[in-house]
Design a protein around this ligand. Structure first.
Ligand SMILES: CC(C)(COP(=O)(O)OP(=O)(O)OC[C@H]1O[C@@H](n2cnc3c(N)ncnc32)[C@H](O)[C@@H]1OP(=O)(O)O)[C@@H](O)C(=O)NCCC(=O)NCCS
Length: 171
């Protein structure tokens, strides 16, 4: 198992993996399969990594640095850090066949550990129904600092928990 920076040539394999995750877990929430490519490409990606096993991509995580974002605003208010002192850890997903082997934890720790190199602390949001991800963040000592309810349309609400990473050196 290797964790390495994502390359442009990984795009198709990452999309294929996320489509598999979307079929199984409905993550990303509240979007159709046809919207998954745009979701994967969106979000002001500052850095991203993939996990590769035997030449196959089995995991992905990114750090995003949007200029404005409700999660960053909430995390900034709770931590006292400026928005440009925070990075959104995003697009974390692991192949169903590779789950519960510690890969999600490894990707989470890897990305959070890289945030200080950008002068930032990692924070994230997670759909409240994504129980595996919530369990991972809790197990890893991330702190839940609030919640967001973002209307996607007249009928659909995106309900999120917002977490901040453990202080540097805590893990
Ligand atoms: C969330 C996700 C990345 C976890 O990946 P993973 O490789 O299976 O996680 P790990 O094996 O590293 O799990 C580490 C710890 O997290 C917790 N955990 C992870 N999945 C869990 C589950 N299904 N139930 C309970 N606890 C879980 C456990 O504490 C686990 O430690 P343990 O296996 O020693 O008990 C994966 O389930 C996934 O891709 N889900 C769909 C996409 C998603 O929801 N992404 C998050 C977007 S915010």
């Amino acid at each position: 198992m290797v964790i390495r920076e994502k390359a442009e040539s990984d795009a198709a394999a990452c999309l294929e993996l996320l489509l598999e995750v979307h079929r199984k877990d409905h993550y990303p929430l509240h979007i159709t399969a046809g919207q998954v490519p745009e979701f994967l490409e969106s979000g002001h990606e500052a850095a991203a990594w993939v996990a590769e096993e035997d030449g196959r991509i089995v995991g992905h995580v990114a750090l995003h640095t949007p200029p404005a974002d409700p999660t960053l605003e909430l995390a900034g208010a709770r931590t006292g850090l400026p928005l440009d002192g925070l990075a959104l850890l995003a697009r974390l997903f692991v192949a169903p066949s590779a789950r519960r082997t510690g890969l999600g934890r490894t990707l989470l720790r890897h990305a959070a550990a890289q945030a200080p190199a950008l002068g930032r602390r990692a924070v994230l949001d997670v759909g409240q129904t994504l129980a595996s991800a919530v369990a991972l963040y809790e197990a890893e000592g991330w702190s839940r600092v609030g919640e967001l309810h973002l209307p996607l349309d007249e009928e659909t609400m995106l309900d999120l928990w917002v977490y901040v990473s453990p202080p540097a050196g805590a893990q």
